[in-house]
Design a protein around this ligand. Structure first.
Ligand code: 3PG
Ligand code: MG
Length: 405
């Protein structure tokens, strides 16, 4: 891996201006604006400390949320928290590439750190195009001439081919940051040399993303995939189970109806490798009621996997050489329906082989249960970690490999 990607070991930062892409995207309480957890904010600490210690002039670039969503906001609080975490001033610059941002970069002293405004405030950022095209965007054209080197430490955003993740690699020497390096080392270990069987436990609500990667995963090294959450419901419907109107309505509301035939194709091709829930927990007027999938009443919503499913999944996890879990198996926010996710995470942490988790709810569950230390690698990536382990190439990693030297 590191024959073709430069790291901090390959560069002398002394006095150099560094543009670094971080992933600071953090769950935010829509009412109070407070951070709900701080994992990503803390994850770049070693990288930034090393740049400071080596007298670099540090320009941080990051995003928060997406336009139109409740957590789409400025990075002012992120800068404040980063300053506290580093015990070193990180100055918030309310600009991305205008005169104020560019002057702030020109005036940086050695060891000083600034954080530019949310790069997604600029509309070209959310387009996904190849690196050579992203190199011609305003962001890159305005900022790259002020810097000596580009660092990508944003593993969580490495699946995105956006100006801030791939554009600079075409015009500046580009390095993987320490967090990026750590993620790639840990995940490459799993990918290149997985102790078999390799099991994925996939849940969550991003059904279209998951369906796409299941095919890649099963045609590569993955032995079996255990499904739950909304993804599980889509597979149950694809298998012909009548999952009930409220659950069908959720699938329709999220515009995933077209994923049901795709799930069916996968089941036809990989019948024995995709493992479905055998029972589920319904939300019957606020109460948890567990029912086998063949006997579901039609008027309640499925909100978790049932006990029999949990037992079945645990026995597969126990026999796995490597297990990767991403996405909640139920409505994790509701304690009555968090049980499936929690029991599965517990089993993952007890797996004798290599265990990896990624994604917001999965990692939150591990933290709440105090299990983070018992898991081999807790990734800062959600989609990025699934894609990587499924065998899909990540745009920003490929861009680092093909970067200007
Ligand atoms: C994430 O949280 O998944 C990353 O920060 C990437 O964000 P995105 O899914 O909005 O591109
Ligand atoms: Mg996301």
């Amino acid at each position: 891996m590191f024959e073709d990607i430069l790291t901090f070991d390959d560069y002398n930062f002394d006095g150099k201006t560094v543009i670094i892409r971080l992933d600071l995207n953090t769950p935010i309480d829509p009412k109070t604006g407070e951070f709900l957890e701080e994992r990503r904010l803390k994850s770049h600490k070693d990288t930034l400390q090393e740049l400071i210690d080596n007298n670099a002039k540090v320009v941080c670039m990051a995003h928060q949320g997406r336009a139109g969503e409740a957590d789409f906001t400025t990075l002012e609080k992120h800068a404040k928290r980063l300053s506290e975490i580093l015990n070193h001033e990180v100055t918030y610059i309310e600009d991305i590439f205008g005169v104020y941002a560019r002057n702030s970069i020109k005036n940086l002293g050695e060891g000083e750190v600034i954080l530019l405004e949310n790069v997604r405030f600029y509309s070209e950022e959310e387009t996904e195009r190849p690196p050579d095209v992203q190199a011609t965007t305003f962001l890159v054209k305005k900022l790259a001439p002020l810097a000596d080197v580009f660092v990508n430490d944003a593993f969580g955003t490495a699946h995105r081919s956006q100006p801030s993740t791939v554009g600079f690699t075409q015009v500046l020497t580009s390095l993987a940051g320490r967090l990026m390096e750590k993620e790639l080392r840990a995940l490459t270990d799993v990918l290149k040399n997985p102790k078999k069987p390799l099991t994925f436990v996939l849940g969550g609500v991003k059904v279209n993303d998951s369906i796409k990667i299941i095919k890649t995963a099963l045609s590569n090294e993955v032995s079996q995939i255990l499904v739950g959450g909304l993804l599980g419901n889509v597979f149950l419907a694809a298998k012909g189970y009548r999952i009930g109107d409220p659950s069908i309505e959720v699938i329709r509301g999220k515009k995933y109806t077209d994923q049901i035939p795709l799930a069916k194709e996968l089941l036809d091709q990989y019948e024995d490798k995709i493992v479905l829930p055998v029972d589920v927990a319904l939300n019957e007027n606020g109460e948890r009621v567990e029912i086998p999938v063949g006997e579901l009443p039609q008027n309640y919503k499925i909100e978790d996997v049932g006990q029999k499913t949990v037992e079945k999944y645990i026995s597969i996890i126990k026999k796995s050489g490597t297990v990767f879990a991403n996405g909640a198996l139920g409505v994790y926010e509701n304690p009555k329906f968090a049980k499936g996710t929690e029991m599965i995470i517990n089993a993952v942490s007890e797996c004798k082989g290599y265990s990896v988790i990624g994604g917001g709810d999965t990692v939150a569950a591990a933290r709440n249960l105090n299990l983070e230390d018992k898991i081999t690698h807790v990734s800062t990536g959600g989609k990025a970690s699934i894609d990587f382990l499924a065998g899909t190439k990540l745009a920003a990693i490929e861009a680092l490999k093909g970067s200007k030297r």
